[in-house]
Ligand binder design. Structure first.
Ligand SMILES: [Mg+2]
Length: 164
C-alpha cells in the first residue's frame, strides 16, 4: 500500500475562504498575523467548518480511495490552535470514522512531523510540496482551476489514482 497524505484546508474544505470572509466582515486585517491570530483564538471552529464547502466531493473521493485498498491514508493538516484540531478531527470522524488525522502545529513543517520518504502528499500550498520533495516524497498539487504547475495537478482527489 502506498502512503498517502492529504491536506485539509483548500483540498477537503474551502475553510480558509470561510475564515477570510469572516475577517473581512468583521473589519479584521487578515494579512496582519497578530490580528489574525487573535481572531482564530476566539473563533467557533466547529461552526466555521460547518459553514465551509466541501471541494469537488472530497469526502466521497476519500471514501473511494480507502475502498480501493491501494493507499494507507492520513489527513495531514496544519493547525493554529488546539480548538482547530479538535474541530477538524470531529468533522472528519463524523463523516469517515476510520480516517486517521495528523495535526501539525503551525510552527512545524509537515516533513518535521511525518516521514515524507516515498510517501505522496496532496496539498494546495506549493511550499509544502517543495519541502516534501526535498525530503524524498512525491507531491501532487491540488488546484480547483487546474493551472499548469511544476508538480502534477489534480482538481479532484479521484485523480490521484491516475498519477500514483
Ligand atoms: Mg491547504
Amino acid at each position: 500500500m502506498k502512503k498517502l497524505y492529504i491536506d485539509f484546508d483548500g483540498v477537503i474544505l474551502d475553510s480558509i475562504k470561510t475564515t477570510y470572509d469572516m475577517m473581512d466582515e468583521q473589519g479584521i486585517d487578515k494579512y496582519n498575523p497578530k490580528e489574525a491570530r487573535a481572531f482564530y483564538r476566539v473563533l467557533d471552529w466547529n461552526q466555521a467548518l460547518k459553514d465551509s464547502h466541501e471541494i469537488n466531493h472530497s469526502l466521497d473521493c476519500i471514501r473511494q480511495l480507502i475502498d480501493s485498498g491501494q493507499y494507507e491514508i492520513n489527513i495531514l493538516t496544519h493547525i493554529v490552535c488546539y480548538e482547530e484540531g479538535v474541530a477538524k478531527i470531529n468533522y472528519l470522524h463524523e463523516r469517515i470514522p476510520e480516517l486517521s488525522v495528523i495535526l501539525v502545529p503551525k510552527e512545524f513543517s509537515k516533513t518535521e512531523v511525518v516521514n515524507a520518504k516515498d510517501a505522496i502528499l496532496v496539498d494546495d500550498y506549493t511550499e509544502n510540496l517543495k519541502e516534501w520533495k526535498e525530503h524524498g516524497g512525491f507531491g501532487i498539487k491540488f488546484d480547483e482551476h487546474a493551472r499548469v504547475h511544476e508538480f502534477p495537478v489534480i482538481t479532484s482527489l479521484n485523480d490521484i489514482r491516475n498519477i500514483y
